[in-house]
Ligand binder design. Structure first.
Ligand code: HEM
Length: 127
């Protein structure tokens, strides 16, 4: 973990920025019919602190994420590459809305990409 001043977490604006990002991000996800069915039965009040903690961790915040592994958390969902791209796009758009510089957004996308293999479990040979 990287908790120095140059971490993505600090550059984005610390926990207040993560809080703001999670709120906007969830709104986008829930408004998108391509992915909102995954979240239909999820209690957002319970879910968002977990996602916040994970994002903070992924951005290099000085704290530990103690939830399930990414593989465990998503194993039963049959998430495709396409679903993953849609969710990643909403995350990038969210950060853009918060006026995070493109260079940092690219770094966040890189971190997201690094957990993709643990989250995507459904291979689609044809659409
Ligand atoms: C970079 C990509 C992603 C990250 C960092 C991420 C992170 C997380 C985290 C931290 C949790 C909570 C795990 C726990 O219970 O402790 C979670 C749960 C969940 N994720 Fe993701 N996720 C990602 C991609 C996706 C995608 C692409 C989908 C669906 C299209 C998805 C659907 C869900 C759902 C529905 C839950 C709730 C599980 C439950 O509470 O039963 N995630 N995710």
């Amino acid at each position: 973990m990287n908790n120095n001043k140059n971490s993505i977490f600090n550059q984005i604006g610390g926990m207040p920025a993560v809080d703001a990002a999670v709120g906007i991000f969830y709104k986008k996800i829930l408004a998108d019919d391509r992915v909102n069915h995954f979240f239909k039965n999820v209690d957002m009040d319970e879910q968002s602190p977990k996602l916040k903690a994970f994002l903070a961790y992924a951005f290099g915040a000085p704290m530990a994420y103690t939830g399930k592994s990414m593989r465990q958390a998503h194993a039963h969902m049959r998430i495709t590459d396409n679903h993953f791209q849609v969710v990643a796009m909403h995350l990038a758009d969210t950060l853009k809305e918060l006026q995070v510089p493109d260079e940092l957004i690219q770094k966040v996308m890189y971190v997201a990409g690094s957990v993709k293999d643990q989250i995507v479990t459904q291979v689609r040979l044809a659409e």
